[in-house]
Every structure is written in C-alpha cells, then in structure tokens.
Write a protein that binds this ligand. Structure first.
Ligand SMILES: Cc1cc2nc3c(=O)[nH]c(=O)nc-3n(C[C@H](O)[C@H](O)[C@H](O)COP(=O)(O)OP(=O)(O)OC[C@H]3O[C@@H](n4cnc5c(N)ncnc54)[C@H](O)[C@@H]3O)c2cc1C
Ligand code: SF4
Ligand code: SF4
Length: 942
C-alpha cells in the first residue's frame, strides 16, 4: 500500500523528475519487481533518472523520510540485489551514456548507463577493452558491472573492476558528491566529510594491526570473491579516497551511487586459438590447471563436467562424439591470445608442451580457425540456456557461483556432483572458470511448493558447509552476495571481518536506506524469502528466465515495456489470478505497454538465451483479443486485398495535394488535432508520408533472353512507395527496381494477380495468424507459377516480406531479398563508381535476423565513399503500419538517430515503411538500397 510518507516523497520528487519518469501503477511497478534472480519484490515507486542532480535530490528526500532506495542498472543480477519493495531508482532512457577515451586509450571515463560491450566497441579501434568481462556484457551496464564487481571467463582476479579501477565519482546516502579522481572535489569532500575519511583510516589501521584478519583478507581475495564487501581495499590502499572508491566495487548499491568511473583499459589481442581438451576424469582435468597457469599464456580455461557436455551434445553445430564420451570425462576449453600469428603459434606450442605429460581422451589440438573455435565457445555459452530451455514450466533455473583454491577444485567439483545426487537435482551441471577455481552449477527448482523450498534450503545448507567448512572457498565468486548469500557472509568470513563490514555499512549508510537486506542481513532465512513464482503465462514465453538479455534491442524499451516485462506482466496477472485476485484492470492496463506498443519484429529472439520471440507471444495474444467482428473484417480485407490496396494510392495522393497547398506546419497542427480528437484512433500524418506509386504495367518478356527474374513488389511498394513531398528522388520503388534490373540485362516477370498478393506479414503482426498463412500460401503458389516452378530466382524488394516467406514459401522457390540478390546477380553485370557521398544504413530487423548487416555494408561500400551504420539503433519501431497508429513507438526507438546521421546525404534500408519513420526522425531521406545501387552503377560495356 502507498503510505502517506511515500505519497509525500513522490510529490517532492516531482520537482526534479518528469511525471512520465515516475511510475507508481500496480502493473508497471510489478514488472519492475524482477531482476534475473529468483527473488521478486514490488517497488512502491520506480524513478527513471538521467542525471546526478535528480539522484542527489531523491536521496535527500528519501533520507528525510527514512525511505529505502535501491539502484537499478540493467537488472541482470542473479542474487536478488537489484530489487526492492520501496523506491527503485533506474538509470533511465538516454541518460548516463557519456564517455571519454584518454591517456592514449590507456584510460576510459564511462558513465554508468553504458552497456559493457559498448565500452569495448568504443575501445576496439585502439585494440583495447575494459577488464571485466561478464557473460552478460552485451546487456549489463557499467554501473552494475562496477557495483557487482562482475567478472567472466578471461578477466580473472587481475583485470576485474576492482583491479582496473582508476577513480570513481560517487553520490553518498546524504546526497554528497565526491570524485576520487579530482583534487578539487577531494579537497571539498575532506572539508565536508573529514570524519568519514578518518573513520576509513581508523578501520584500515585496525585491520593492519590484526595480522590474522589482514592475512585472512589477503587469502580470501587470492581467488574470486564477491561475498560481502571488498575488504581488500583496506589492505591494498592507505589513502582513504582509494579505500572509498575500491570498497564501492562490489558494494551492490548499498554504500552509494556510482555516477562516473575511470577504468585503466587492457589490451585486446587480435590473434586467438582455442582447444577443447577432453580428459578422462575431473582430477586429470584439474591437474592441468596449474600447468596451464604456469605457462602464463592462457587467457581463459573453462571447465565443463560430463553432464554439461551431455546437455549440449545434440545441439546443432556441436563437435561430433560428445554423446559417446565416458562417464567421468571432463573438458577444459582453453584459449590463448597474442598480438601476432607467429607469437600465437609459439604460445600454442608452449601450452601443448606443458600438458604433454597428461593423458587426454584425444590428442590436444588448438585451432585458430574462428569458425571452429567459435563452435567450441558456442558450446560453452550454451550450457546455462541448455538447462533453462528444458526445465518444466513453473520451475526456475538457478545458477550458483562458488570458488575454491585450485588445489581443491577437483575434489570440490566431485563433492558437488554427490550433493546433486543426494538432493535429486538430476539435471544439474557444472562449468566454470578453472584458472580462478570458480565453478558455476546450474539446476532447476520449483518455488511454488513449500516442500521444494525446503529441499532447496537444505541443499544450500550443505553447499555452504562444503564451500566454507570443508574448503574455505567463496560462496559467491562473481555474481555478488545479494539476498542469496547475505545470511552466510559471517559464516564465510568469520566474526571479525563481518563486524568490519557492518561498520563500513554503518559509516556510509547510517540509516540503512541503501538497498537494505542486501549483503548485510540479519535474517537467517533471507535466501528463501521473497521467492519468485513463475506461473505458466503463455506457452511461447514460459521458458523465460527473466534474464533481461533481450532488452537492449527492443524498440519499446524506453517507451513502455521490454520483452522481459511483457512476460513478467503476463506472469503477474497469472500470479494474481492464482491467488484468486481480480485482474480485469491489470489486464486492461497491460494492453498498451504489453501489446499495442510491441513492434512484433522478434528482434528480442536474437538475444534470448532460450530462444523466446516475445513478438510471437504478442501476436498470439493479439489474436486471442480479437472479437468475431474483427476476424470478419480482416477476412474481408484478405479476400478483397486488391480492392483495398487500390484505395491507398489515390488517398495518399490526395493527402499529398492538401499538404502541397496547406504546407507542413498546418498539416502537422491539423492532423495532430484530428488524431487527438479521435483519442488517437486516427493514424497520425507526418511529412514523410509517401504518395501512391504508378501502377505496375508488365512488359512483354523477351523469351530469348536467358536472364530472367520474377520480381515481387511488396504491397507497401505497390501502394505507398511514391516520393514524399520534400524528397528530391521522384521515382517510386517498383519503377526504380525495374530500371536497375533492366540495366543489368534482366527480363522481369511479375506474378499473376499481383494486386491481390501479400506475404501475410500485415495480417500476422495484427494477430490474424490464419489469414496471414492463407495470404502466404496464395503468394507462394503464384510465385511458383511465375518462376516456372522454381527455375527462376525471385526478388522481393522488401526484407520483412522475404523473411516471412523464407519459412512459408514452397521449398522449390529460390527467393532473395535485395541485398543478397544484388550481390549474387547484379554485381558482375554492372560497373560501379563510388558516389561522393556519406550514406547511413539501417538494417531492418529481418536483415539482422538473416545476419546480413555485413553484406548490406559491403554493398553500400561498393556504392558510396563513406558509409555509417549507427550503433545502438536496432528496430526502428515503425512495424508496418503501427508507426502511423502508435507514432510514439517509432519516435522512442529512433531517439538519437539524428545525431548519428546528421552529416549524411541520405540513408538506405530495405523496407518502405521503416524508411518513412527513419526519414522523419533521422531528418535525412531514407530509401531502398536499390536506389543507391542504381545511382552508382552502369551497364558493363563489352
Ligand atoms: C545469463 C546471465 C549470465 C551472467 N553472467 C555473469 C558473469 O559471467 N559474471 C558476472 O559477474 N555476472 C554475471 N551475471 C550477473 C550480472 O549480469 C552481472 O553481475 C552484471 O554486472 C549486473 O549488471 P546490471 O547492469 O544488470 O546491474 P543491476 O543488476 O541492475 O545492478 C547490480 C547491482 O548494482 C547496483 N547498482 C546499479 N547501478 C548502480 C550505480 N550506478 N551505483 C551504485 N550501485 C548500482 C544495484 O543496486 C545492484 O545491487 C549474469 C547474469 C545472467 C542473467
Ligand atoms: S525473453 Fe529471453 S532474453 Fe528476454 S528475459 Fe526472457 S529469457 Fe531473457
Ligand atoms: S518483438 Fe520487438 S518490440 Fe516486441 S518485445 Fe520483441 S523486441 Fe520488443
């Protein structure tokens, strides 16, 4: 319930946070109640913040009222540290994304909202990268990477955030700001917070005076460790500012807010070689680890147990023979990296020599072929999803994260396997970063049933005993303590260290308002409280593990819901239903963020570890939502498609004439007003609105010419590909395509009944799935006929139509979208002269799903002197005609596009409707890539 104190708080923060960034409604707060862990807490209020001023204000107002605050970056945490039942402060929208590379790329300043892999993209041109490399790096933000001290396969304990940190800019619980890399800021802080600095020094002195404690701290950080606070800050540094910045690393938002960080960068070697080494048993595999480490040449060594190998054995592209290996076989996937190929070979020889005394299942063989080593790493990365994808609906997948001194690794792994048997986790598997003694084990668990919760609880008690009492290892090596290990911090560290940790917490956050319950938690059962139930919500999405990996590419992420939230929203409705609650309002509230503003492009599936296409779920839900009348109308449209399509060009031409007379400003105002008056039911006009193209008139085909192609202009190309009023290019798409094909010497065959043909995409995205299939079948039949049963290639001028037909067309058909068609059939028949132009490219979602971004670039580079493909712009959000009805989706998806393309002469893509929205928001004309190809090419003269 929203108490008066929270209401007052919300009123107060309205002074600095825009209304749209203050979320309090039941559905939206519930979907923000999830991170990638198996815990769930619904925040009272979610605040999307974009600058320091807001954070300081929020912290002060929360402080006044003693309200807890939790920070959220990408929400991919696995231990329950990014959730709260109080105030959730999110790094929102386009904020927190500034960066600066300096000191000859030796350092990089990063704001906390930058995705980890984007930082690496920025550094790639310098052959550098940031040290930390969690497997979630394509999604996790710098703020979360720092606050969790996240690490991965290569960074070990030498290149994590703690070790590669230069300085931090922090906001403390009282709203004070300090930049530990700025002398002026430090001097001011010393004046205002001298006591805090003194206390830090006192704690250090206390630790250093206690040999047992300081030795214990040193010992604990010889292997990976994220249990509790980074107490090594006190033994590694004397300067209180250094202690403060380093204790923040891994503090999980419980000590302060990180608003900026400077990292020392690390070298990213270009030459790589990997070997999948198979040993007969765990002990032999683990005995290779010290030998590998001694070589000093190993970048990564991933251990995979027998169950892990079995879980991916039947997946496409896996090495042969995995299924037939002996019972104890254990793999080490080893990678070495070097500056040059010659050095790489020397390193490979050195590593092979070091292992020559060990017996392996097959001779050890490294490969520097990216395809082959790519396959090995695919195997490794497939382990976690392999468990997630086969689990029963309603269960969750848990990934644990422990570390042992490497001399104990083999025994510890075997002990863990014994525990899996004892507690009947038959699907459990082990993999991990062997050089650091870090093992992950993955298993599935039902939390809906108290008996099952008890099984988990007992299992974890045994795991704790094994890791702590038997091997003195780390209960959390990389993923952070969170709520999951908070009850066991004292057990792992001992009383003296735990007292220091509590002292640190009290020093920075005396009122316990920053992420309470995380890291320091007195409840012995905190790890089995607030468990997330995962009721069946929709069969397409039931395997969702709520990891959030899909979020960065979703066009609606800054407008309404992300794919994860679309699933979480459905689950919330089901959860309430199960409890006998009323869900009518909630289900109604779900429609706009959950259904209406999903572009249904399926780009989320390209990032999902368990292969979920949330767009597919949305289309199915749209279908369920249609009443009989809607089906009847859609059926009529499908039947009389030619008539409907015929109406569009004259309407567009009439609107264009009005535009000519009235001017853009008047049109914007009037059309905006009409839309408003219709309660957003009338589509919104925009100045990039196309006109109707000329009618396609097939020409007589020269039968003696062997070069023939079937050309299928999409319904969008046939009805709305004429020039927008202000576009200098006046040729419509079918005409342009025809002229290009003719120039290359092709005879063009159009399928019969062209006006009536449609790939079905328009019906599918609206949730008329059966009608969509009907239209696809009709098109396939007509293309089959036109191509003489597959003898002639078929060109689609629109990628999304091609993409749909790829799975729907008769297998005899040889179909192409524009990029591959030009590369395969036209390049050699045309002579190219690069145009003196800077051009922007937009790969459509279909282009991305087909993996053709590189080929689009290759083609554009043959046609223009300068080519840019703006990073971080994924789906344009126009989504067929959705861009007219929900223009805000298109606007949100293309936020920032103009900055990327403002110096370009034109933009190119492969879908007319996408190009309308791109032109509008990029503020340069976007056209089909076929226009660029036509401009840059001439017939080859013999
Ligand atoms: C499939 C999968 C694989 C993973 N693999 C790895 C792995 O290999 N290695 C690894 O270490 N982790 C891994 N993780 C866990 C997680 O992705 C990482 O810890 C990641 O760094 C978290 O970043 P985030 O942006 O999602 O942060 P969030 O989860 O949003 O937040 C993390 C913590 O930081 C705090 N926080 C966020 N922003 C700030 C800020 N600006 N200032 C202060 N505190 C802040 C939050 O309160 C929270 O406690 C994995 C997760 C998943 C789902
Ligand atoms: S849809 Fe896939 S990527 Fe997205 S949260 Fe669910 S499991 Fe993760
Ligand atoms: S289909 Fe597109 S818009 Fe819908 S959830 Fe997936 S990425 Fe987001």
């Amino acid at each position: 319930m929203f108490s008066a104190t929270y209401s007052e708080f919300v009123e107060a923060v309205k002074a600095v946070v825009p209304k749209k960034d203050i979320i309090t409604d039941p559905l939206q707060t519930a979907v923000y109640g999830t991170d990638a862990s198996f815990y769930h807490l619904t925040p009272k209020v979610v605040l999307n913040v974009t600058d320091e001023h807001q954070v300081r204000f929020i912290l002060r107002e929360a402080n006044k009222r003693e309200l807890p605050v939790t920070f959220r970056a990408a929400g991919t945490s696995l231990s329950g540290q990014a959730i709260t039942d109080s105030i959730l402060v999110r790094l929102g929208g386009q904020g927190w994304r500034d960066y600066r590379v300096f000191d000859g790329a030796g350092k990089i300043r990063l704001q906390p909202g930058i995705i980890g892999s984007h930082a690496n993209l920025i550094l790639a041109e310098f052959n550098k990268k940031i040290g930390p490399d969690p497997a979630s790096i394509d999604c996790a933000l710098i703020g979360g990477i720092l606050a969790n001290n996240a690490s991965g396969m290569c960074c070990g304990i030498d290149e994590n955030s703690y070790k590669t940190l230069d300085s931090l800019r922090l906001i403390l619980a009282d709203g004070a700001v300090v930049d530990t890399g700025d002398d002026k800021s430090k001097a001011e802080f010393r004046r205002s917070h001298g006591e805090l600095l003194e206390k830090l020094s006192e704690i250090r002195n206390k630790i250093m005076a206690n040999d047992e404690l300081s030795d214990r701290i040193r010992y604990k950080f010889k292997i990976k460790n994220t249990t509790g606070y980074s107490l090594n800050a006190f033994v590694d540094f004397e300067d209180p500012f250094e202690i403060m910045s380093h204790i923040m690393i891994g503090s999980e938002g419980t000590l302060g807010f990180i608003s900026d960080a400077v990292y020392h960068t690390v070298t990213d070697h270009p030459c790589k070689a990997s070997a999948l080494m198979l040993f007969n048993d765990m002990h032999t595999a683990c005995s290779a680890i010290p030998l590998l480490r001694e070589t000093g040449e190993v970048a990564a060594a991933e251990l995979i147990d027998r169950a892990g190998l079995a879980s991916v054995a039947d997946k496409p592209g896996m090495p042969e023979g995995l299924a037939d290996l002996g019972a104890g076989v254990t793999a080490l996937l080893v990678e070495t990296r070097a500056e040059t190929a010659a050095t790489l070979q020397k390193q490979v020889a050195k590593i092979s020599e070091a292992l020559s005394g060990l017996e392996s299942v097959e001779p050890i063989a490294f490969t520097d072929d990216p395809v082959q080593y790519g396959m090995y790493w695919k195997l490794r990365k497939g382990l976690f999803p392999a468990v997630g994808a086969v689990r029963e609906t309603g269960t969750t997948v848990i990934i644990e994260d422990v570390a042992f001194a490497t001399e104990h690794l083999a025994d510890a792994a075997i002990d863990l396997q014994t525990l899996f048997k004892k507690y009947d986790y038959s699907e459990a598997l082990i993999f991990g970063h062997a050089l650091e003694g870090n093992l992950h084990f993955v298993f599935t668990q039902d939390f809906a049933d108290q008996k099952e919760v008890l099984r988990y609880s007992k299992f974890m008690d045994d795991v704790v005993e094994l890791v702590v009492d038997k091997y003195d290892g780390s209960l959390k090596a990389e993923h952070g303590t969170g709520r999951n290990m908070a009850p066991f911090v004292e057990k792992e560290w001992g009383e003296a260290a735990y007292v220091i940790m509590k002292e640190v917490k009290n020093l920075f956050d005396p009122k316990n308002l920053l992420n309470p319950g995380v890291i320091i938690n007195s409840a012995s059962d905190a790890h089995i409280q607030n468990l997330k139930a995962l009721p069946a919500a929709h069969e397409i999405a039931d395997k969702c593990i709520e990891c959030g990996f899909c979020e960065p590419v979703c066009p609606s992420k800054d407008l309404t819901f992300t794919p994860r939230q679309r699933v979480a929203g459905r689950r919330e409705i089901e959860r309430r239903l199960k409890k006998g609650g009323k869900v009518k309002e909630l289900a109604k509230d779900y429609c706009y963020p959950g259904l209406d503003t999903c572009a249904a492009d399926g780009l989320c599936a390209t990032r999902c570890p368990v292969g979920i296409d949330t767009g597919k779920m949305v289309k199915a839900l749209r279908e369920e939502a249609h009443g009989k009348l809607a089906h009847k109308i859609a059926g009529k449209v499908a039947d009389k498609f030619d008539l409907v399509a015929k109406v569009i060009p004259p309407v567009l031409n009439t609107v264009d004439k009005v535009h000519k007379v009235a001017g853009t400003k008047v049109m914007d105002t009037v059309c905006g007003g009409v839309r408003k008056a219709s309660l957003d039911n009338i589509p919104l006009w925009n100045k990039e609105m196309p006109t109707g193209p000329d009618k396609i008139v097939p020409e007589t085909v020269n039968k003696t010419n062997p070069l023939k192609v079937v050309y299928f202009p999409s319904c969008a190309a046939r009805s709305m590909s004429g020039p927008a009023r202000e576009d200098k290019e006046r040729t419509d798409l079918p005409e342009k395509t025809k002229s290009l094909l003719k120039k290359a010497g092709y005879e063009i065959i159009y399928p019969e009944e062209l006006d009536d043909l449609c790939c079905g995409q328009a019906f599918e995205s609206k949730g008329f799935l059966e009608l969509a299939d009907q239209k696809s079948r009709q098109l396939s039949d007509m293309l089959l006929k036109a191509s003489d049963f597959g003898k002639l290639p078929v060109l689609f001028d629109t990628s999304p139509c091609f993409y749909r037909m790829k799975s729907m067309a008769d297998p005899r058909l040889e179909i192409y979208e524009p990029i591959e068609f030009v590369l395969k059939f036209l390049m050699e028949r045309l002579s190219f002269t690069k145009q003196e132009a800077k051009v922007a490219l937009h790969p459509t979602c279909s282009t991305r799903k087909l993996g053709l971004e590189g080929k689009l670039k290759e083609l554009a580079e043959a046609c223009a002197t300068e080519v840019v493909m703006p990073e971080h712009i994924y789906c344009c959000g126009f989504a067929g005609d959705r861009g007219f009805n929900f223009p805000e989706l298109n606007k949100a998806a293309l936020e920032g596009l103009e900055d990327h393309v403002c110096e370009c002469d034109a933009g190119y893509s492969t879908s007319k409707t996408c190009e309308i929205g791109l032109s509008l928001h990029g503020k340069i004309p976007y056209r089909s890539i076929l226009y660029l190809v036509d401009d840059a090419s001439e017939p080859v003269t013999e």
